[in-house]
Design a protein around this ligand. Sequence first.
Ligand SMILES: Cc1cc2nc3c(=O)[nH]c(=O)nc-3n(C[C@H](O)[C@H](O)[C@H](O)COP(=O)(O)OP(=O)(O)OC[C@H]3O[C@@H](n4cnc5c(N)ncnc54)[C@H](O)[C@@H]3O)c2cc1C
Length: 215
Amino acid sequence: MKFTATVLHKRILNPETIVLQLTKGGFQFKAGQYLVLSFPDDKTSREYSIYSGENEDFLEVLIKIVPKGAFTNRIATVNVGDSLVIDGPHGFFILNPEEVLYKKHVFVASGTGISPFSSYIKTYPTLDYQLLHGIRMVDEAIEPQRYAPDKLVFCVSRGVTDHFSGRVTNYLTQTSIDLQAIYYLCGNSAMINDVSDILEQKGVPVKNIRTEAFF
Ligand SMILES: Cc1cc2nc3c(=O)[nH]c(=O)nc-3n(C[C@H](O)[C@H](O)[C@H](O)COP(=O)(O)OP(=O)(O)OC[C@H]3O[C@@H](n4cnc5c(N)ncnc54)[C@H](O)[C@@H]3O)c2cc1C
């Protein structure tokens, strides 16, 4: 499906990260899928995971403004009322409906890789999950109020904070791993490769490790 959506709200979470809320029309998707966004006057496009839940009346995307990023430096300037072209939904980084009912899920994100996990948790409020979010500094936390505090672990790699100090890889190396859980990894490919190696070495079956690389 391809349609033109209107920007309803723009939330500036920090100088480098925004959430755009867009009109949804009759668009339907599965939590974990992504959109291809472009501007009406330019064919350049980029992929963005859907941040909002399946049943919400709008679509949201969470976007990191990349220094010198060709697309994100334009997207940073959009305002309420502007139009964006949406193509989608795309992708297979979705939950298994049977596993949703009886399995523990461990979500491991770096940066904006938290986006599909936000969509899962909005869509399935009773989901049994733990969310590990790797960020460089504590002010890069992304809307923590969306998650149950006892299910969210920040792994902060720079500075001294009340949170775990180190990367998600350090956290997973130093803590016990639930071998029965299903693991979903999303963000940069270096993190995904390193976390996959740790999980496999600790005995998680490869079939229970699902990944989505942003770059
Ligand atoms: C399936 C899929 C889903 C994606 N979902 C999201 C999403 O929900 N939110 C999001 O912000 N991006 C997401 N991306 C990345 C997005 O498509 C763009 O690559 C990104 O916005 C940069 O575009 P740009 O034109 O500004 O940068 P470009 O000029 O194309 O430069 C690309 C470079 O930017 C850096 N980069 C790309 N994405 C990120 C990022 N998220 N965080 C930090 N550095 C980055 C990398 O170094 C990359 O090599 C997704 C990518 C894929 C493939």
